[in-house]
Every structure is written in structure tokens, then in C-alpha cells.
Design a protein around this ligand. Structure first.
Ligand SMILES: *Cc1c(COP(=O)(O)O)cnc(C)c1O
Length: 399
């Protein structure tokens, strides 16, 4: 009997250790992070997450999008500042820029899903900040980008929503910029349904973010951040109320010790399937950059020699018929990762031919870290067979 295809949209179980803590919180009703005088689960999560990443401070909030918004607010950018954003990201990212009364400026992304450094450099002058979205965990050249931004005096906010556990030159992604933002939404490495966290070494910046996240009156005293920074900002900043509640922290904390294993499993799974797909002349998984150690929970690959959209669509349909859901970013209707659908951005959607060409042939397949070798074989074989369905079995020349 043939085994059925794995459901890649199912989340894995939450560690059992979360149950006792959730139960304790439900019994006491102590769900608000600022009720307890000290050691609330959200405060403990902040300490543990900062230690895990090697940052001085962490602030847990309601989502990664909230963390990006608060980061821009905490940078104190003037209204209508330009904020560079890679054109390959999720719609919530340029939205967070608009929420902060700034203007998103989209930067071209190449066929390897990484920022086009020429376009980045050309757009950097007169820019208030950069949001570096490491989309799907693909890391752009951090050495080049940080050197350009440092030289121009432009602060960097890292959108590391999909990069928990990714390193560049041995250092954690999320610790390169002034702020690093992470997500605990269900399709990320750590799943709390919803939630986000920001890390920084900048006491004054994190103090502003803490207040704006909703530490009203003197609740900031429950944050282990330099207290003089708070005195400076008391009553000076709006309260946006984007706090995390204790139940979320109770679900997240027992997952943190599992991150290292999930990263190893995710990378091994990804590289195994990448090896299968790269045997085909019609599919190509871009390589990681040399300093980059990735932490993937999905795989992206480009269709090669698919000159018509209809052929690419036929491939996605054939993969679906074989039990594997493939999303081609630019060909699935109303995709939130296709920049031309971000019509909420004021002015005309810019023409970004390089990013557009990539999105029209870049495929996305979820690869949750819990999958077994057998399930990975099923996925890889289905994708190879789907290509053959459309292109016919490839023949080597001269035989
Ligand atoms: C998921 C994701 C976000 C949004 O995270 P939320 O916590 O859902 O707000 C932003 N950027 C990237 C790259 C993401 O993958």
C-alpha cells in the first residue's frame, strides 16, 4: 500500500511541558504580563530569548509586524521617511512601514532571492532606515549591506521572522541590525499561533519600544533595561498596546530548548530535497552564500527553461495532482508576496523586472522540520515526476 502524502500545513505538537504552565495560568487567571510583581512568563521569555540570541535586551509583542512597526517608531524617523524594503517579502512588511508614517521603497531581488546590491546602493541615499527582510530565511550579503549602511549612517532593522537559528559567519541573524524582529506565528520555527519579539543592544531604543508597546505608567520597572532611559521617555510617547500575554509565553518557552535541533533537522531535510531537485535540469535550488548556515522549514527553487507561464502553471498542477502543493509566488492569484499586489502603497507600483522575473518562476514548498526521510522522498519524487509530466523525461545529449 502506498503511504499517503504528508500534510505539510499541520503544525507539530507543542511540548508537553507547556501544559502544566498553561494550566497554572488558567487556574490563577494571571494572563496579563504586568500583573505579577516579577518573573511573569513574558518577562522570563524575554530574558531567555535575549540570552539564546546573544542580545542585551528583548521585548515580546503581539506579532513580528508589530515588532517592525515599533522598531521604526523607536528609531524616531521623521514622517514620510523613506524605508528600503526588499521587493521579495510579505505584504505585512511594507504595511508596517506605512503604519509608522513612513514610505516603503522597494529594492530589486535577484534569482537567488537575495537583495540586488547595485539597486540597494543606488536607493540608499536619502533613506531613513532599512528593513532587511531575510525572506524565507534567505540571507543577503550581510557584510556588504552592513558596510554600506554603516558608511551612510542608515539604521538597519532585521526582519528575521524566518531566520531564527540562521547564522552568518557564526553570528546569529537578527543581531546585525540596530534591532532584530522575529515571529512566533504558526508557520515559523517556533509556534505560538501568533506573537513576535524584538532584540537590541540599544537601551534607549528598547526603552522607547517598551513604552510604546504598552508599558503604561511605571510598568517599565518590570523590564531589566537601564532605568534611566525610561525616566527620559515617561509620558513622552504614545501607547500602541501591542503586548504579548502570558499564555503565549507559556507556549513559546518550552520550544526554545528545541530550536537547535529543529534548525539541524530543517537544514538536513532541506538539503536532502535540494539534492534530489538539483538532479533535474529543469529545477534549481539556489545555493546558500558561503558565510550562511540556514535554518529552513520550506524549500524554494526556480523553474528553468519554462518559457511560458502556462508551462509553469502546468507543473504546479501536476505536483498538486501528485500530492504536493507548490506555490509559484507570481502565478498564484492575489499572492501576498508578489509586490504588484501591494496596491495599498501610495503612488504607482514600481517596475522591478528582476524581482518580477524571479517571482514568475520561483516555487515554494513547505518542508516542516518534523518530516521523515520517507516523507521527504515522496515530496522530492513527486516534484521530479511533475516536471517530467510537463517536460517529458530528459535525455542526455549524444546517447
Ligand atoms: C511571517 C513573516 C512576517 C510577519 O510575521 P507576523 O508575526 O505574522 O506579523 C514578516 N516577515 C517575514 C519575512 C515573515 O516570514
Amino acid at each position: 500500500m502506498m503511504a499517503s502524502h504528508p500534510d505539510v500545513y499541520d503544525a507539530g505538537p507543542i511540548p508537553a511541558a507547556a501544559r502544566a504552565e498553561v494550566d497554572r495560568l488558567l487556574k490563577s487567571g494571571d494572563l496579563f504580563r504586568y500583573t505579577a510583581p516579577a518573573d511573569a512568563p513574558v518577562a522570563m521569555l524575554e530574558q531567555e530569548f535575549a540570552a539564546l540570541l546573544g542580545a542585551k535586551y528583548a521585548l515580546a509583542v503581539s506579532s513580528c509586524s508589530a515588532a517592525l512597526f515599533l522598531s521604526l517608531c523607536a528609531l524616531g524617523l521623521p514622517r514620510n521617511s523613506r524605508v528600503l524594503v526588499p521587493a521579495f517579502t510579505f505584504a505585512a512588511v511594507p504595511s508596517s512601514v506605512m503604519h509608522a508614517n513612513c514610505v516603503p521603497v522597494l529594492v530589486e531581488v535577484g534569482g537567488d532571492y537575495r537583495i540586488n546590491l547595485d539597486d540597494f546602493q543606488a536607493k540608499l541615499p536619502q533613506t531613513g532606515a532599512v528593513i532587511l527582510s531575510h525572506m524565507r530565511g534567505h540571507t543577503s550579503d550581510m557584510d556588504a549591506i552592513m558596510a554600506l549602511c554603516d558608511a551612510a549612517g542608515v539604521p538597519v532593522v532585521e526582519d528575521a521572522a524566518h531566520s531564527l537559528g540562521t547564522t552568518w559567519g557564526g553570528r546569529n541573524i537578527g543581531t546585525f541590525g540596530r534591532v532584530g524582529c522575529f515571529s512566533f506565528q504558526s508557520y515559523k520555527l517556533v509556534n505560538a499561533g501568533e506573537g513576535g519579539i524584538m532584540i537590541s543592544d540599544d537601551a534607549d531604543l528598547i526603552a522607547r519600544a517598551v513604552i510604546m508597546s504598552g508599558a503604561y505608567e511605571h510598568n517599565w520597572k518590570k523590564h531589566p533595561v537601564l532605568q534611566e532611559a525610561f525616566n527620559r521617555w515617561q509620558n513622552e510617547l504614545p501607547l500602541y498596546n501591542m503586548r504579548m500575554q502570558n499564555l503565549s509565553a507559556a507556549v513559546i518557552r518550552p520550544q526554545l530548548p528545541e530550536v537547535a535541533q529543529r534548525v539541524r533537522d530543517g537544514r538536513a531535510n532541506h538539503d536532502y530535497v535540494a539534492g534530489m531537485l538539483n538532479t533535474s535540469p529543469w529545477m534549481q535550488v539556489p545555493n546558500a552564500l558561503p558565510p550562511e548556515l540556514r535554518a529552513p522549514d520550506s524549500i524554494q527553487f526556480n523553474l528553468h527553461g519554462f518559457y511560458h507561464d502556462a508551462e509553469a502553471r502546468a507543473f504546479a498542477a501536476a505536483a498538486g495532482a501528485r500530492g504536493v502543493q507548490v506555490q509559484i509566488f507570481g502565478l498564484s492569484g492575489d499572492n501576498a508576496r508578489a509586490f504588484w499586489n501591494w496596491q495599498f502603497i501610495p503612488g504607482r507600483v514600481p517596475d522591478l523586472p528582476q524581482t518580477r522575473a524571479m517571482l514568475m518562476r520561483a516555487c515554494d514548498v513547505r518542508l516542516p522540520v518534523r518530516l521523515t526521510r520517507c516523507e521527504l522522498d515522496m515530496i522530492g519524487t513527486a516534484l521530479l515526476s511533475a516536471v517530467d509530466d510537463v517536460k517529458g523525461t530528459p535525455r542526455a545529449y549524444g546517447t
